[in-house]
Structures are given as C-alpha cells and as structure tokens.
Design a protein around this ligand. Structure first.
Ligand SMILES: *[C@@H]1O[C@H](CO)[C@@H](O)[C@H](O)[C@H]1NC(C)=O
Length: 229
C-alpha cells in the first residue's frame, strides 16, 4: 500500500522530471554540477520517466551503489538501503553457481525381497545436473561439497518397510516404518560432506521389505554449498 506522503514524494519526483525536460536551459548549472560530480565522489542518480495518462504504479527498490571492482573483475555486492556498497573482493573470481538437485519416488509398491537390495525408483520428477541415475538408483556427487538428503518411507498395509541411506556402501541412516495396525510412514534426513564421485543411495532391508508406492516413498537431495578449494 502506498501511503499519502509516498504519493506526494512520487508526484514531486515526477514534476521535477517533467520540469527538467520542459525547461532544459534552467538546469544548465545543474548539469555542470553533475558533470563535475561524475568525475568526483561516488554518487547515485535517479530518474523516473513515465508516459501515458493512466495511473502507473511505481515501486522503487533503492539499494546502495555496487562496490568497486575487485582485481579479477568481481563486482561488489549491493549494500542495504542507504548504505554504501561492499567493495568487491580482490583477486578472486566469483565461484560458479552449481546446480545440483534431484527428487524421485516410487510409483509402484516394491518388495518383498529376500536380501538387502538397492532401491531403484520408477519415477524421476527432478534431476537437475543429471546427478541421479534411474537405472542404479544412485546419486553421484558432482563436486566436493556439503549435500542434504531427505528420505520418506511408507509401509504397505499391515507390513513393515525399512531402508538404509548409504554413502559408498556404508550405512549413514535408517528409515523404518510399520503400518501395523495403521498406515505409517517415517522420514530421516542427512547432511553429508561428499567428494566429487561419491555415491549415495537407498538399500531396501529384507527384514522390512514391503515399501509403499503411489509416491508415498520418496528420495531427494541437493547441494547445500561447494567445499572451499
Ligand atoms: C576434492 O577433495 C579431494 C580430497 O579432499 C581433493 O584431492 C580434490 O582435489 C578436491 N577436488 C576439487 C575439485 O576441489
């Protein structure tokens, strides 16, 4: 919601803009000042130009100026409103944005199994970076970094279902659900520091092998942040 005083300020700004367009000569001195300022202190300029007769809503996100460039060309971040920009870091280029995320689930019931069995998923909804292999059911880390994984397991009616979350074959967490006597699901999550090439997957346990489909049972993960080099 725009407050009355905001509208007044906006109208003043607009009038000033219109005036300076109509009467450019009056502003000659001002232009001179501006030219001097361009070479001098850092400063900000704002111009709002509107065309058309209808009321046009205007929102102005005002932030501080960007900091000066670092040596390798990295720009500084914008400051909080009214504060100067934070100078760019010197000598380091910005790390690339790493896009890693997957979300898969079971459409069909699975189990029982007589031995612990790697769980494969028949529905892949999200696979950014192609980090999840649908044939093997395994996630492979693309970068050294810290990753988060979430697992939800539901058991079929009057049955048990359990999986282990494993990293390179080593158990990290267990998720166990018993739909006895009522429907149940269980969840767990893990935050893991992985190296590029490390694999994470789920193993269906033969002790509790009746895992429920219909997207009640899902597995997801994403890169939280890359490791420092
Ligand atoms: C990842 O970590 C390993 C071991 O800590 C290291 O040898 C390797 O150079 C790292 N890779 C990258 C791309 O930083």
């Amino acid at each position: 919601m725009m407050v009355k005083s905001d509208i007044c300020i906006l109208i003043l700004v607009l009038l000033t803009v219109v005036e300076s367009k109509r009467y450019p000569r009056r502003n000659r001195n001002k232009e001179k000042d501006e030219a001097q300022r361009d070479e001098g202190e850092p400063h900000c300029e704002l111009e709002v130009a509107c065309r058309g007769e209808k009321n046009i809503p205007i929102t102005l996100p005002i932030r501080g100026a960007k900091g000066p460039q670092g040596k390798n060309g990295q720009k500084g971040e914008a400051g909080e409103p009214g504060s100067p920009g934070i100078p760019g870091r010197e000598g380091r280029s910005a790390p690339p944005v790493l896009r890693v995320a997957f979300f898969v689930g079971l459409q069909k019931n699975q189990g029982p199994v007589t031995e612990n069995t790697d769980l494969v998923f028949d529905r892949v909804i999200t696979n950014v970076g192609k980090v999840f292999n649908q044939d093997t059911g395994r996630f492979t880390a693309t970068h050294n970094g810290t990753y988060q994984f979430n697992v939800v397991v539901a058991a079929q009616g009057r049955q048990r279902a359990a999986v282990n979350l494993v990293r390179n074959g080593e158990m990290v967490a267990t998720i166990w659900a018993e739909s006895i006597p009522y429907w149940a699901s269980a969840s767990n999550s893990a935050i893991l520091e992985l190296k590029g090439g490390d694999q994470v997957w789920l193993v269906l346990l033969s002790r509790a092998p009746y895992i429920h489909g219909y997207m009640y049972s899902t597995f997801s993960g994403h890169l939280l942040f890359p490791a420092k080099e």
